[in-house]
Design a protein around this ligand. Structure first.
Ligand code: NAD
Ligand code: UFG
Length: 334
């Protein structure tokens, strides 16, 4: 049985679908702070399987013990956490509490219950301002620019230290690049609350006429068209990366770190153009100032995951944008 914390969220829900498709038994823990219980129904509809879930907080030792007592959990995939860079600047306590103390609480209860395999959702944000591109797992980490990024960096450090002190405890750190896209059924996808911070959710709201104009943050970066470059990865590829990490854990090391990216970078303008071409919808955008804390380029060298996990992303930017638009246009039907 795999415990998926945050399994009702964006990446978690797609991963649960893939786990169920691969015949893993799954139990979800989520407090729905950034998702809704209806996501569980949709996962059940997509997979035609029933899921066991607990509504609760990873900070709550009681619910964790209940889960470990009631289920034969072998592995935990830990998605639960807060993820908004801008909100983290306003509520740093909440970010450190959920993302750092939450992870520590979970690990403590895992060890007490003899559950020794953890896959942790980390982020390319831990690389801070990259000193070289593409980013490999051995690149320098730290010098993060906001409490969200620092919370992921601290959690990584903490898990690294725990894994070196407890050789029975296996940790896999997965550093995601920029997740985009939705399940091709259009039943699950990303639903940010309020005004989105991230590029694609903002863009789709503009395309639907729910927001007026997309600001392109910075057009004077040293890139081919002056706009920022990112490694956008389809959420279904990311989900499959978790299954690969679960299946191919390296017995010779109890700490493994992988980038989950495509290895290709696209500029913001390239992404907007691709969206317009695929959907036939014009996007109202304007070039504006750089956003504080942004970097010019961030893209991965994904070869370690390919070589060790036998995983690589197979979906294109066009696939991501097509699936996102499908989700935007069908989500109200479910
Ligand atoms: P999400 O907000 O959609 O999903 C997180 C889920 O965890 C939500 O369902 C939320 O209700 C739940 N949750 C939050 N705090 C909880 C708590 N204390 N107890 C129980 N449940 C809790 O986010 P996501 O995009 O699916 O991200 C999943 C993980 O991946 C996060 O840890 C995030 O930091 C990390 N990550 C995300 C991105 C991205 O761009 N989406 C990039 C890199 C890393
Ligand atoms: N951008 C715009 N306009 C917007 C939003 C974004 O031009 O309205 C630009 C940004 O300047 C950047 C690119 O689009 O060049 C991507 O920005 P996002 O906000 O979508 O994503 P980031 O790369 O800033 O960060 C994301 C997640 C972080 C995560 C990081 C690496 O938000 O949590 O990817 O995984 F850490």
């Amino acid at each position: 049985m795999i415990l998926v914390t945050g399994g009702a969220g964006y990446i978690g829900s797609h991963t649960v679908v893939e786990l169920l498709n691969e015949n893993y038994d799954v139990v979800i823990l989520d407090n729905f702070v950034n998702s809704s219980p209806s996501v569980i129904d949709k996962i059940e509809l997509i997979t035609n399987k029933k899921i066991k879930f607990y509504e609760g907080n990873v900070l709550d030792r009681k619910v964790l013990n209940e889960i470990f007592n009631d289920n034969e959990v072998s592995d935990v995939i830990h998605f639960a956490g807060l993820k908004s860079v801008s909100e983290s600047l306003i509520k740093p306590y909440d970010y450190y509490n959920n993302n750092v103390t939450g992870t520590l609480t979970l690990v403590n209860e895992m060890v007490l219950n003899n559950v020794n395999n953890l896959i942790f959702s980390s982020s390319a944000t831990v690389y801070g301002k990259p000193q070289e591109i593409p980013l490999t797992e051995s690149c320098h980490i730290g010098e993060t620019t906001n409490p969200y990024g620092t919370s992921k960096f601290v959690a990584e450090k903490m898990l690294t230290d725990i894994s070196s002190a407890n050789l029975k405890f296996n940790v896999t750190l997965l550093r995601y690049f920029n997740p985009v896209g939705a399940h091709p059924s259009g039943m699950i996808g990303e639903s940010p609350k309020g005004i989105p911070n991230n590029l694609v959710p903002y863009l789709t709201k503009v395309a639907r006429g729910q927001l007026e104009c997309l600001s392109v943050f910075g057009s004077d970066y040293p890139t081919k068209d002056g706009t920022g470059i990112r490694d956008f990865i389809h959420v279904m590829d990311l989900a499959m990366g978790h299954v690969a990490a679960l299946r191919n854990r390296k017995p010779e090391r109890n700490l493994n770190i992988y980038n989950l990216g495509t290895g290709k970078g696209y500029t913001v303008l390239e992404l907007i153009n691709a969206f317009e071409r695929i959907t036939g919808v014009k996007v109202n955008y304007r070039l504006s100032d750089r956003r504080d804390g942004d970097i010019a380029e961030c893209w991965s060298d994904p070869s370690l995951a390919r070589n060790e996990l036998g995983w690589e992303a197979s979906r294109s930017l066009d696939d991501m944008l097509r699936d996102v638009w499908n989700w935007e246009n069908t989500k109200s039907n479910y």
